[in-house]
Design a protein around this ligand. Sequence first.
Ligand code: HEC
Length: 140
Amino acid sequence: MKRTTLLAACILALIHGGAFAHGEETHGKKHQDAQMDKFHKMMPMYAQVQAKINGALERKDAATVEAESEKILTTIPDLKKSTPHKNLKKIGTFREIADAFSAEVSATAALAKKGDIAGARTAFKDAGERCNECHAKFRD
Ligand code: HEC
């Protein structure tokens, strides 16, 4: 399966209650770890939240920007406990990126709360670049 097809399947599975065995079957890897399972659910959620935040920024809907940013923020402790498959020896860098990402998403929420949509847009653009930075190093 192509990654895009796989991703669509993952998102659909999540929407439909997550009964789908994501993990072993789709990745052909063993995830003994409950933490890894959480991590695999977190990422498609991030993609959905990112789309919602970008839409809300367009509409200047500060309340949605703030609420959706909070959804990411509640997952940060789990993100920092997760371990990627690739480049595992650079786990320190993984956590640094997670911290920077967290700070940028916090800033997005705080600026939206103040009604500063332009500021929130800049902060969330930085957070989006952090997704890419982490994927470039740690996603296989
Ligand atoms: C601290 C690192 C890190 C950050 C920050 C991060 N990701 Fe990921 N992401 C990963 C890794 C690692 C994978 C690959 C998972 C694996 O090992 O199979 C991944 C996979 C994904 C996937 C594919 C789903 C899957 O299970 O394979 C999507 C979609 C995704 N990320 C979206 C995002 C979005 C959107 C953001 C930012 C809003 C983001 N990620 C931020 C590390 C990160």
